[in-house]
Design a protein around this ligand. Structure first.
Ligand code: FES
Length: 175
């Protein structure tokens, strides 16, 4: 191989490697040919591929068709919770009459599990007295949805935190 060809090869390798690290999909000639051959391909796939998250049919259903999404015109109380790590945030609003939750709505900026768990929570608390609704746990929500992937368990805790914030606000108000 001539010195010129070797030089071009090295130049091309640097170019492909740089594009890989900036995270953009390389384009143009040689874009699909990584610099280091097969080992480089599998190392790259291991570094950048995300594990596939499997949801139950019920989680998918609540994610695609969330129940009680939106805002109440005159909420009795509302609560908000967020996760600074993932940046997700949710708000739960309650309408309470005679210590019974007559209506509940939510808004979520978050992942599929966050949407599904808050949707499930509103279904579980509607029609319950405050005392009954307070007993709903993280496990009840997960069970209602037929399970959650371990990596997504914290999402159901976030829905519950927002609900408990709303309950605290209600109790303060009614003192
Ligand atoms: S990943 Fe943040 S609530 Fe689901």
């Amino acid at each position: 191989m001539s010195a010129r060809k070797t030089g071009e090869k090295i130049k091309n390798q640097k170019c492909v490697a740089t594009k890989r690290f900036v995270g953009g999909k390389p384009t143009g000639a040689g874009a699909n040919r990584p610099a280091g051959g097969r080992n480089q391909i599998s190392r790259r796939n291991n570094l950048f591929s995300k594990p596939k998250i499997m949801y139950t049919k019920k989680v998918e259903e609540h994610f695609k068709h969330p129940r009680n999404m939106g805002e109440l015109p005159n909420p009795t109380a509302s609560g908000q919770a967020g996760n600074p790590v993932c940046g997700d945030i949710m708000q739960v609003q309650l309408e309470i009459k005679n210590d019974t939750i007559t209506d509940a709505k939510f808004k979520t900026f978050g992942c599929a599990a966050a949407i599904a768990t808050t949707s499930a929570l509103t279904e579980l608390i509607k029609g319950k007295t405050i005392a009954e609704a307070e007993k709903i746990t993280f496990d009840d929500i997960v069970e209602y949805l037929g399970g959650l992937p371990p990596i997504k368990m914290h999402c159901s805790q976030l829905a519950l935190n927002a609900f408990h914030e709303a309950l605290t606000a209600y109790k303060k108000k009614s003192k």
